[in-house]
Design a protein around this ligand. Sequence first.
Ligand code: NDP
Length: 292
Amino acid sequence: MAATIIDGKAFAAEVREKVAGHVARLKSDHGITPGLAVVLVGEDPASQVYVRSKGKMTREVGMHSVEHKLPANVAQDAVLELIDTLNNDPEIHGILVQLPLPEHMDEKRVVNAVSPAKDVDGFHISNVGLLGTGQKSMVPCTPLGCLMMLRDHHGDLSGMDAVVIGRSNIVGKPMAQLLLGDSCTVTMAHSRTRDLPDVVRRADIVVAAVGRPEMVPGDWIKEGATVIDVGINRIEVGEKTKLVGDVHFDSTKDHAGAITPVPGGVGPMTIACLLANTVTACCRANDLEEPE
Ligand code: NDP
């Protein structure tokens, strides 16, 4: 049977609409406008595109949006000073430092300079620790978006076998923590995993976050399994290029239970979750009830 295509673009639009509703209520009932600051260092073209679209969507939901663009050769201390100013700015509730940073910077130091309460990317070591111990934290946006789509599709995930392929700090590891938090039986696979096809064939839920175009073929996927494809890979097709995921969509779509497309699956949910996290941070900063 053909898989249900999980429409991340439509779901993300719903999330953004809810966020816009919360923003409107925060303004009208409390006189507070949630604010998000994005710090971009250098001229990486992909990062510039992300930052532009984050700024546009932040404004569209009615939030205060600030972008700080610094040259690639800026001193690390200047970035740390800017973060300190933003940490102390009451109009800013979320701070995002666009990664990757130029090579002369210590990424861990910069990321950990952001106040944990304003760390809407969920990368600060305190938030990583809180998530790992099942406590209230800021949750990284991409895995949060994946979890929201899985909950929306399945309802209760408890007892399901989940395999996460990829163990990066920004996607694979927090994804596994979130699935564990929802009582899945979680396996984390990576480049040293033996018999990866067999491991993946056991899974009711497969999350692929590898960064290798169409690496997971359809015959690794169990009949009826749900496939969340995080990968964004640009490949050449003749004279043109196109985006594909880490899963081979065409050989999977006829027997998976559900699958996220690339583009239009996980990607749009990431920015929607960034906006949702900023509202959450704003509510926490003002001791107000936070949205679900
Ligand atoms: P990383 O490169 O940081 O991590 C990739 C992971 O894949 C590593 O853990 C690596 O294992 C594992 N891996 C590599 N090759 C294999 C293999 N042959 N078999 C099994 N595992 C393998 O990538 P990210 O987590 O940052 O990103 C993953 C993908 O997700 C990329 O395509 C990226 O563009 C995309 N992405 C999409 C986002 C979105 O919004 N949709 C946001 C963030 C990322 P090991 O640790 O052993 O090296």
